[in-house]
Design a binder for this molecule. Structure first.
Ligand SMILES: *[C@@H]1O[C@H](CO)[C@@H](O)[C@H](O)[C@H]1NC(C)=O
Length: 364
């Protein structure tokens, strides 16, 4: 070995450690700001609570309720700090859910039920994965409607379902039509509990594959504007068959393999997925990749794409992630979206994926 080689090796080491410093989360000014802001938040909790109330239009019925919520808010600030440590690639802090206990959050804003797979669900055929792009986003191809808001109703499953069918319908017809969650919330509970264990049940939760099965049997979904969302499940089913705009042709379950998930996404449109949402209560932005996260699936969302960030040329340290459309309004996360790392089924993101195909229907 000659000296030139050793010198080259040494310079490479120097350059790569320099890159490490640039790339390291601890030196990212944005993260530093949020982390120190996090400490600040606890010191000035009262002021931050006032800002929070104004920003999210919160008001409480009594002084007692107000004081109780302030206590919850403070404990969520501590939780956000813990999440920041466990999930350093993302930003955690104050969100619209900062005055809710974890149990209230789970009860009112999630709603994924693990039901038995319906009879018409198939396994998705294995697709070729050799020319998958490194980045892909269905939003760039016009297949995704605006971010919606489920409100305080455990109907996430209905938004995941409409999102997937909106995409499939767009691929089939070239038309992007926003579809009705309320139809699913009001009408999709006529399954046979003997056969399925339990049924979709409006604000009390449901499952995307059973909602695809309902949609297949019912004939299709109405437009959002013909059957608008109310966020409650106390009303009767007002489904009008003559207003069907999108119908299911068939639907399948995708295997847990990440390349298969990506291939199905690119071929069939956005995918309905389940995820564990515990880190999402405090999520503010960037790529979430918790060191420890439960794989217990409690939230239904829509996978719309994938990308990679933090690319460093020397060490090829790209960090691939999934792009997820949520149903908590645009004032949550990154304009309503969540990013989570790919590569190890983080928070169970790869373990419940389904895809749907639409039939071309015409209405006037
Ligand atoms: C629908 O069925 C066709 C034909 O069997 C199959 O190739 C396709 O993958 C299925 N699509 C979905 C989304 O299940």
């Amino acid at each position: 070995m000659d000296r030139v080689f050793l010198f080259a090796l040494f310079s490479l080491f120097l350059v790569s450690s320099a890159v490490d410093v640039i790339d390291g989360g601890g030196d990212d000014p944005l993260i530093r700001q949020v982390v120190s802001e996090g400490e600040d938040l606890l010191l000035h909790a009262e002021r931050h609570f006032s800002t929070f109330k104004v920003r999210f239009g919160k008001s409480y019925g009594s002084q007692e309720e107000h004081d109780y919520r302030f206590g919850v808010f403070k404990s969520n600030l501590r939780r956000a700090k813990r999440h920041q440590k466990l999930d350093p690639g993302a930003l955690h802090g104050v969100t619209k859910f900062s005055d809710l206990t974890p149990a209230e959050f789970r009860r009112n804003f999630l709603g994924l039920k693990r039901l038995r797979l319906p009879a018409d669900a198939h396994n998705a055929p294995i697709l070729p994965t050799n020319d998958l792009p490194t980045e892909f986003d269905w939003r760039d191809h016009g297949a995704v409607t605006g971010v919606k808001d489920q409100g305080a109703c455990g109907s996430c499953w209905s938004f995941s379902t409409t999102g997937a069918l909106e995409g499939a319908h767009y691929l089939e017809t070239g038309e992007l039509v926003s579809l009705s969650e309320q139809q699913l919330v009001d009408c999709d509970h006529e399954c046979d509990p003997e056969e399925y264990g339990a049924c979709d049940s409006g604000c009390s939760g449901g499952l995307m594959t059973s909602a695809f099965e309902y949609t297949l049997k019912a004939g299709g979904l109405e437009r959002e504007k013909d059957y608008p969302y109310t966020g409650t499940d106390r009303g009767p089913c007002k489904f009008d068959k003559s207003k069907i705009v999108a119908s299911v042709s068939n639907f399948s379950v995708v295997s847990i393999d990440e390349d298969q998930i990506a291939a199905n996404l690119v071929k069939n449109g956005p995918l309905a997925i389940g995820i564990n949402a515990v880190f999402m209560q405090t999520y503010v932005g960037k790529v979430s990749c918790p060191y420890i996260c439960s794989k217990h699936l409690d939230h239904g969302v829509l996978l719309v794409g994938f990308g990679s960030a933090g690319y460093a040329p020397i060490r090829f340290k790209e960090k691939p992630y999934w792009i997820i459309k949520n149903s908590w309004g645009e004032n949550w996360g990154e304009n309503g979206y969540y990013k989570i790392c790919r590569g190890h089924n983080a928070c169970g993101v790869d373990s419940m994926v389904s895809t749907v195909a639409a039939i071309h229907t015409t209405t006037e």
